[in-house]
Write a protein that binds this ligand. Sequence first.
Ligand SMILES: CC(C)(COP(=O)(O)OP(=O)(O)OC[C@H]1O[C@@H](n2cnc3c(N)ncnc32)[C@H](O)[C@@H]1OP(=O)(O)O)[C@@H](O)C(=O)NCCC(=O)NCCS
Length: 146
Amino acid sequence: MSNYQVTLDPAFIDVEATHAFLTTTYWAQGIPLPVVRRAIAGSVCAAVRCENQQVAFARAVTDRATFAYLADVYVLEEHRGRGLSRAMISALLAHPDLQGLRRLMLATRDAHGLYAKFGFKPLANPARMMELHNADVYAPAGPNGA
Ligand SMILES: CC(C)(COP(=O)(O)OP(=O)(O)OC[C@H]1O[C@@H](n2cnc3c(N)ncnc32)[C@H](O)[C@@H]1OP(=O)(O)O)[C@@H](O)C(=O)NCCC(=O)NCCS
């Protein structure tokens, strides 16, 4: 961790770097830069920097009182396996605006083990939860603009 610096300072969040990674992911492929900019502006964010470059990012979508949704967690491939996501998520969850919340949620395809380390568990009552998931919202328009 010696060359790495975890930050919660909005001034150090690199919107372009975040967008460049997110647009390659399974969950946000094709996300437009202005959408990432708006998402970051409306979230509590954490990042890890190394030699003036952002190498990891995470954000919490939150009302800063009762609820937060952890999203867009990533570490650049060449920096993985060194505890960076763990350090970054720890710092994010310790943010003063994320204390005393009634519920925190997240969605993941395959990183359940990472979040379990922070106490996240599968839904206790999935039947009570609902979602409206616009999975194709960032897909380019078809030939007819559909
Ligand atoms: C998932 C990801 C953020 C993990 O980052 P990382 O910095 O390599 O993770 P860390 O080194 O901090 O790992 C912390 C701990 O979580 C575990 N862990 C990491 N990724 C895991 C995964 N996918 N599944 C289960 N456990 C995982 C590690 O084994 C480690 O355990 P330990 O502390 O007991 O040794 C990174 O692999 C990544 O960016 N993946 C691509 C994007 C992605 O899938 N993001 C998650 C979307 S929900």
